[in-house]
Structures are given as C-alpha cells and as structure tokens.
Design a protein around this ligand. Structure first.
Ligand SMILES: C[S@@+](CC[C@H](N)C(=O)[O-])C[C@H]1O[C@@H](n2cnc3c(N)ncnc32)[C@H](O)[C@@H]1O
Length: 302
C-alpha cells in the first residue's frame, strides 16, 4: 500500500525502492547541495563523484515512480543542475530551466550568483499534464500603477495577471527568522504551490524525497493534493508532521489557489478564467456598441 499523506522518517533511496513504478503525478526534489550546510542528521560534504553517483540513483528512482503523464522538478545550484540535466536527458524529457531569482552573498572573483535553478522534466515527450499559471501584474509600490502596459494595450491585459515565464522574481526566500523553522534551507510554500498548480489536479499525488520541514507536503495539502514526504532527520520529519496537522486548504471562491497575505500569488489560467472574466478589447467594445445601436434603430416607435 502506498504511504499516502504520510511523512516518512527514513532514507529516500530505501523508501523509494518500496514505491511501485508509475504512481506519482509530480516529484519535487530539493536535495542537500553538498556545500557543507549544517543539517541535523546529514553530513553535507561528500566527494564530488560520490555525491553525483548518489544523485543519479535517486533521480532514476524519481523518474521510475512518476506516471507517464507526470513531471519531475529538481531544485539546486546551477553547478549541480548541469550534471543532473546530463542524467535526466537520457531518461526523461526536458521542459524548462526555471531561474528563481534569489540574491546571495558575493563570492568574489566570479559573477554574483543571483538565481537558483529548477529543472523541469516530464516523464514522456507527449501527454504531460501541464497548466499555464498566472501571477498578479507587477505594480508600483507607491502609486499602484502597472509597471508594464504591454505597449499601451491596457485594454487587452488580463484582468488578474500575466502568465508566468521561466524567470521567477516574485517569490522571495524566507527572510524573517520568525517565519522559518530550525532548518538551514527551508523553501517558501509559494514556490512549491506554483509548481504543483502547474502540473497537477486536485486529488493527484506529489512526492518529495528530501522533505525538510515539510514545505512540499504543506503546499500539496493546501491545494487539495495528496503527498508522500521522505526525510532522514527525525526532528525535521516531526516538525513537518506537526505543521501538517494544522494545515488548512487555501481556496478563493472554491478554487484552490496559492494565497500569500490574503492575496492570490499564483492561479491556474483555466481557473482564473472562471473567476476573472476577460476584459473586452477596444474593438470588441466598439462592435458591442454598434450592435446595440442597430437594435435600438430596429425598435418600433423610437
Ligand atoms: C535542501 S534540504 C530540503 C528543504 C526542504 N525543501 C524544505 O523546504 O524544508 C534537504 C533535506 O534532505 C534531507 N536528507 C539528506 N539526505 C537524505 C536522505 N538520504 N534521505 C532523506 N532525506 C535526506 C536533509 O536532512 C534536509 O532536510
């Protein structure tokens, strides 16, 4: 039986080995970066060859457990993602390299690293479940005016927001200690919510083999998806379980959306169309006025 809606305290390779082929709709992995970070139960410093050989094992497992219609996402620094892509290109299908803009400290001598990458692969070339996602239009903080008017065609702008591209600058890392768990690299829930909205439906199954303190599982639960989370550190696993016990669905007008401070941060385009009917273009408005005029003129006893 699949351990659905469970946080499993264990080693990801051992747990993945017990999961059958083709059962998961979306996998997300945020492995240790091999940068010597201070985790509880895990030593984040291995020889490069050893680290990459280990990564190849779990990457292959993730592709194996994913359904033919499913997707695999992997978050890491570009250095390791180039190696992951070499492995994944042989066993899955490249979709996107998402650049998640997140400033870090200058290292000196090299360019300032200003993004993390998220590799997006699908298990098969065709038939992948994928939904376009919208984020709010960017506005000026002081006057709330739109920062882009799309070439003066404001009337053609979507009433909610723009389709997201492969560069994400609107989701910030967790900056305040009061919002963070005792974990060195907790991701923001809104990052995971966007990926889940992009590639799953309600009721689908999401798997994270390096769950940390539960971000992916919480995002999945908030959006009405099922999850399987694997985490080697018993303390992190317990924090995740405790948070999940208090996690409630986030919906707007009955539709699962990613909410941040009461505002929609991401919504599927198909759902946005139900809540925010498209604006009429100038041409459509002119046509509507002309039709109304014709109807008026056709009325007897004007
Ligand atoms: C980069 S962190 C993931 C953080 C997570 N995305 C979050 O938002 O909380 C990587 C996690 O993988 C865990 N880990 C390391 N080796 C593992 C293994 N073999 N099996 C399962 N978890 C492991 C670490 O304890 C750490 O919590």
């Amino acid at each position: 039986m699949l351990p659905i809606d469970q946080v499993i305290n264990g080693d990801s390779l051992q747990v993945l080995a017990q999961i059958p082929d083709n059962v998961v709709d979306m996998c997300f992995a945020d492995p240790p970066f091999n940068l010597g970070k201070k985790y509880g139960a895990y030593k984040d410093q291995r020889a490069t060859e050893e680290y990459l050989a280990w990564c190849e094992q779990w990457l292959r497992e993730l592709v194996r457990v994913t359904k033919p219609s499913g997707s695999i996402f992997v978050h890491n620094i570009p250095k390791w993602l180039t190696h992951y892509a070499g492995i994944l290109n042989r066993i899955a299908h490249f979709r996107h390299w998402i650049a998640w803009d997140a400033m870090s400290a200058p290292l000196g001598k090299t360019l300032l690293p200003a993004h993390y990458g998220i590799l997006f692969y699908s298990k098969q070339a065709k038939g992948t479940k994928f939904f376009e996602v919208r984020a709010p239009h960017k506005t000026c903080r002081e006057c709330s005016a739109f920062l882009k008017d799309y070439g003066g065609k404001k009337d053609q702008m979507h009433p909610f927001g723009m389709l997201v591209s492969d560069v994400w600058t609107d989701i910030h890392r967790i900056r305040h200690n009061k919002r963070r768990d005792p974990h060195p690299c907790q991701l923001p829930i809104h990052l995971l919510e966007r990926l889940i909205l992009m590639t799953t439906d309600e009721g689908d199954l999401v798997l994270d083999p390096f769950l940390g303190t539960g971000t992916t599982a919480i995002a999945a639960k908030r959006l009405g998806r099922h999850y399987i989370g694997i985490e080697i550190d018993p303390l992190y696993a317990q924090i995740a379980r405790d948070k999940l016990a208090h996690t409630q669905p986030t919906r707007y007008k009955g539709i699962p959306v990613s909410l941040f401070l009461g505002k929609i941060q991401s919504i599927r385009d198909c759902d946005a169309a139900k809540i925010f009917p498209p604006q009429l273009t100038k041409q459509q408005k002119r046509r509507q006025r002309a039709q109304a005029q014709l109807l008026l003129e056709a009325l007897p006893n004007k």
